[in-house]
Structures are given as structure tokens and as C-alpha cells.
Design a protein around this ligand. Structure first.
Ligand SMILES: [Zn+2]
Length: 171
């Protein structure tokens, strides 16, 4: 496994144990060249999945891409990495165990929103605002309405076009 920091190819496994839900092996690795530390996961891949995008393009399903978009939504949120890992695994397993060879990108988005809803309201709004690509300020207001007043989106996180930010967001 190549070191993500310096590109060195001789990284060593320091620790190896099952992830919390035992669906993966988690390995702590260290690079002898730069002393960088990182984690890798070994998992079962049940099927090769193809994602059908809105543009009509087909791309191979990429678990890392899914993980990254969830990570972005959860940036600086107080959610343990293990829970995020479980969400990504759960979504991936759901997709793999469905009968479809092709999965619409919308279906993945819905699963992510569903998962984030149970994990962190702010991350949910962040993801939903990007995913739904809000054209109408009203849609955004409706979404915030479903979450109640307890979880306003910080203004700098609002993904809508300029001038369309929700008036209710905390200063
Ligand atoms: Zn290195």
C-alpha cells in the first residue's frame, strides 16, 4: 500500500482488527520514510455496481467517492468515524444486495440523505442542499422546516446561489 503522504511504497501494518460491525478489517499503517500514519480497510465486495448518472453517463460505483461526499457533509461535525464507516458500509451493502445491475445516482443520494438524517441534522441539510441542487429558495425553506428550528445551517455552509440564503440562518 503506497503512502498517501510521500508516495513511499514500503508502508508497514502496525495494527489490524475488525471494524466495529465486523464487516471489514481495519489496518493502521505507518510509512518508514515520512512517519505518516493512515488507515486502510479490507472488505468483501459482493458485486460490481454501475451507477447511472443524471447526465446518462455510466460509471463504476466507487465506495471511496461515496465516503468522500459523506465526509464533506459531516465536516467538523461531532460524529465518530466508526458511525460514518457503518453508514457507508450500510449503504454499499444495500446497493450490492439489491437486484439491480445499474443504480441511479438519485437512489444513492436518497440513501445517503436517509442515513444522514439519522446521524446528524446539519450534515443532512448540507448534503441535501447540494444533492437537490436547490433552484428555489422555497425548497430550502421547506427542508429546514422539516428539521425544525434546532438545526440551522451556518450561513457559510449554505450551498445555494448568492442572495438566496435562508433568512433564518444563525448570524
Ligand atoms: Zn510516507
Amino acid at each position: 500500500m503506497r503512502c498517501p503522504y510521500c508516495g513511499g511504497s514500503e508502508t508497514q501494518v502496525k495494527d489490524s482488527r475488525p471494524s466495529e460491525d465486523a464487516a471489514a478489517i481495519r489496518r493502521r499503517r505507518v510509512c518508514p520514510d515520512c512517519a505518516g500514519r493512515f488507515t486502510t480497510f479490507e472488505r468483501v465486495q459482493l458485486r460490481e455496481l454501475v451507477v447511472l448518472k443524471r447526465s446518462g453517463k455510466r460509471v463504476p460505483f466507487d465506495r471511496d467517492k461515496l465516503q468522500r461526499s459523506i465526509d464533506v457533509a459531516l465536516r467538523k461535525r461531532p460524529v465518530e468515524p466508526e458511525r460514518i464507516e457503518r453508514l457507508v458500509s450500510g449503504i454499499t451493502r444495500q446497493l450490492e444486495s439489491g437486484g439491480e445491475a445499474e443504480i441511479q445516482s438519485e437512489a444513492i443520494g436518497e440513501l445517503v440523505m436517509e442515513g444522514l438524517k439519522g446521524l446528524d441534522d446539519v450534515a443532512y441539510v448540507r448534503f441535501a442542499s447540494v444533492y437537490k441542487n436547490f433552484r428555489e429558495a422555497k425548497d430550502f425553506e421547506d427542508l429546514l422546516g422539516t428539521l425544525g428550528e434546532a438545526s440551522p445551517l451556518p450561513p457559510e455552509e449554505a450551498a445555494g446561489p448568492p442572495g438566496r440564503r435562508p433568512a433564518r440562518a444563525r448570524p
